[in-house]
Design a protein around this ligand. Sequence first.
Ligand SMILES: *[C@@H]1O[C@H](CO)[C@@H](O)[C@H](O)[C@H]1NC(C)=O
Ligand SMILES: *[C@@H]1O[C@H](CO)[C@@H](O)[C@H](O)[C@H]1NC(C)=O
Ligand SMILES: *[C@@H]1O[C@H](CO)[C@@H](O)[C@H](O)[C@H]1NC(C)=O
Ligand SMILES: *[C@@H]1O[C@H](CO)[C@@H](O)[C@H](O)[C@H]1NC(C)=O
Length: 960
Amino acid sequence: MGKGYYISRHLATAAMVLAAIALLTIIALSVVYNREKSKNAAKFTNATTSPVPPTQKTSNEPWDKYRLPDTLSPEYYNVTLWPRLVKNANGMYIFTGISGVMFTCVKKTDLILIHSNKLNLTLFKGHHAKLTGQSGVTAPAIKTTWFQMETQYLVIQLEGKLKPGKSYWLYTEFTGELADDLEGFYRSEYMEDGEKKIIAITQMQATYARKAFPCFDEPGMKAVFHITLIHDLETTALSNSQEIKTEKVTIDGTAVTRTIFGPTKKMSTYLIAFVVSDFKYISAKDKKGVLVRIWARKKAIEDGQGNYALKITQPILEFFEKYYNTSYPLSKSDQIALPDFNSGAMENWGLVAYRETALLYDPQTSANGNKQRVVTVVSHELAHMWFGNLVTLKWWNDLWLNEGFASYVEYLGADYAEPTWDMKDQTILYDLQRAFAVDSLTSSHPLSRKEEEVNTPSEISEMFNTISYSKGAAVLKMLSEFLTEPVFAKGLSNYLKQFAFGSSVYTDLWDHLQKAVDQTPGVKLPYSVHEIMNRWILQMGFPVITIDTRTGNVSQKHFLLEPEAVVDRKSEFNYEWFVPIKWMKKQQVQDQLWLLQKSALHKPMKVSKNEWVLANLHVSGYFRVNYDLGNWERLLSQLESGHQVIPVVNRAQILDDAFNLARASIINITLALRTTKYLLHERKYIPWEAALRNLNYFFQLFDRSEVYGAMQAYLKKQVKPLFEYFGNISSNWTAVPSGHTDQFTQIIALSLACSTGVEGCRELTRNWFKKWMQNPHNNVIHPNLRSTVYCNAIAAGGAEEWNFGWQMFQKATVAAEAVKLRSALACTKVPWLLNRYLEYTMNPEKIRKQDATSTIGYIASNIIGQSLAWDFVRANWDYFFKMYGTGSFSFSRLISDITYRFCTPFELSQLKRFQKDNAETGFGSGTRALQQAIEKTTAKIKWLAENKEPVHQWFLSESA
Ligand SMILES: *[C@@H]1O[C@H](CO)[C@@H](O)[C@H](O)[C@H]1NC(C)=O
Ligand SMILES: *[C@@H]1O[C@H](CO)[C@@H](O)[C@H](O)[C@H]1NC(C)=O
Ligand SMILES: *[C@@H]1O[C@H](CO)[C@@H](O)[C@H](O)[C@H]1NC(C)=O
Ligand SMILES: *[C@@H]1O[C@H](CO)[C@@H](O)[C@H](O)[C@H]1NC(C)=O
């Protein structure tokens, strides 16, 4: 599944004044991990909330187990589906279908288990299916059939045994609801030219194919699919493979179109897709004749919003063909933008689905951050066409490898398509630092889980998290860097060749990488790939490396944000890692060092008083670095006297490490604050963004206390040169800076300057917005700056500005523009407006279901909105739990968003009470987020008691 789009925890912090900053990040930045999945609920309620986890059930009946037995193996399916895009007599949207599966018996059995969920199956002589033998074999008669609700099986008991080596055909006819639940085969509605349109679309990952037709719904159960769709005359049908026949037919007196698709390659059920719509497309053929099409709403295509995606798809496919050394496995590549889609995107093989904001780009109204999001998400999904789709991990416990891998290589593909955008450097912001934030808590978990630990749909759902995506990406990047990219790519391509159209486990990749190492002279590892990687994937967390440049001593320690936290989880490796350390001194890159023990002497790291050591060069490793005080001082003075000597990503990492070491009470907070002093001279995006995130954290700790004034004054001083610099190079804010990331920095300059009151900033934004209000058809605000300007103007204004924004939101035809307005509406300081806005999140006519939880998150990031959002969610807990409780990311984010600012004992007690009061309803997929919130609040209370005063003093002295 692709990446979603959300404000991450550290962005959702900002004080009212700083809301502008949070928003800029939302827009400017692209991709974050999360797919805001599954919204409809109730389905797995029993699985998620029953006090005894169903996996531990004592029943030994095969139908009570969540995993299919190894007795049967599917060969191919013939599936015909007919979605009805108008309500039936009972006021319901439905689809009908017929489906058959040819399977081979592998082991003798008199039982067939096949997944089927929420389908009403037609009875044949009292049974839910028909079974026939192939090539002269007679199938045993069916004794009885029933549905096993909890495990989502159709159970078929036979009178006699199936014979090993023989094939059978299992046939069903069924009706299902075409609900608006964003799962399985579902419907989506949108308005076009004042008319309501309905389309039928799918989301199968992870366990929803069984809701569209009965199937062996496990990723390892690959088969060929022959798909046929019946649909209204004026609509088009799409599926994974190319349509081979489209004909008009009359069925039950209705004239319809029948579209028959060619057989798919052998593939997993979770990658199946169907779409019936009246969408339009643009297309091109690549050099090898692969047909590339971009599909979207008619108006979006006519406005040219698909052009950018079409333009970059070809270079990205070309890049991956080279990188994997394997041709694109299919004859066509469709990509479609859907108005209602819960994850960011889904890598259905040959028919990739996206949220509109992840595929469409409108040069008139979209910011360059929106464009970056398109290139990274497209790259992520196309990377899966090989890694994930051609070769599939056998079971969901290895999801981290599938998603971590795509999250890593998406930057390589995006960099190839947009070589001037510094895409590779941006990984540290969007993967490494994001992963560090959750992986430094005791509630984290190892990347890899045992196969038998992941069984139920909600356990599978939980695998889609920041650790899998971002830590996965960071750890694989480190692996690629210490192996060197050619070796990594060689092992990878051999792995793809061996397992093409099949499935594997993560150690298969390690085997091929090891072979590539063994075959490459000059690459030496201290241990095998397995041994090195086990420490990174089988134990949670990561180390902080401490370098004492007085002695050359290098040591490691498990990094925890809460210094006194007790780690319950045992690790066979005692929380020690094999750490590849790239480093430099005297402005010269040194040989890579491996730290293989708790501590070791490394003489070259002993330096004299006028040299410094910088470790984790280019931030290729997944660890933090601390130094002796003398080296810190020398690094700080290097930053102030000539920061360019230090690579730009390391400047960002020094900031991020220092702040987090201070939060963990490993270094003095004043030392961390001092890393921001050189920002007076900094003009690059990545360090500013890293600084901003860490300062945002401070804002939410201090914006309700007396520290706030002094902090504002200091930041105002720091950002003023940046604001003036961008004023100059943009001819007083009329032109756009030419560099891609410079455009991001410009947004930071504007947001931070306005929020800290730099002269001239607020007037600028207020006037732009006023001009727009006076002439709503001519928005003069540059798309890059819109989020910031909207937020500032709505924050400074009242009901009139808010209502104008709301009107524009409702009229917006470009999804990216709608997101900017939806988030800016949360910036108002007027409580009744915020409360009304919160109410809107429970009304899908006003706020789409896919957007409800993120809207609450925006409101909670506003200092005034935070307590309103907290009260609102608590008051409506049953509703939110029912609607979102089983989804994975959106729900846990809701919990972390509304509790993000908590830092007082009173808030901690409220949090604990909330946990107790709702113990019965439960927290579903947000259970871990709630534990994290309690852990973080506890840590903040303690930290504040010790550090508030020094922080206050420091800001006072620096802002004087
Ligand atoms: C949940 O459990 C209750 C009682 O055990 C049962 O009646 C209900 O059908 C179950 N619901 C689902 C969705 O399995
Ligand atoms: C399934 O469909 C394919 C392609 O149309 C056809 O060749 C095959 O005979 C069908 N199988 C069965 C059992 O109907
Ligand atoms: C399936 O059957 C149940 C029970 O008869 C009924 O309530 C439901 O509406 C049916 N669903 C569809 C999609 O026909
Ligand atoms: C941190 O440094 C400041 C200023 O140098 C000092 O006042 C304070 O006591 C130090 N705090 C700790 C915890 O060492």
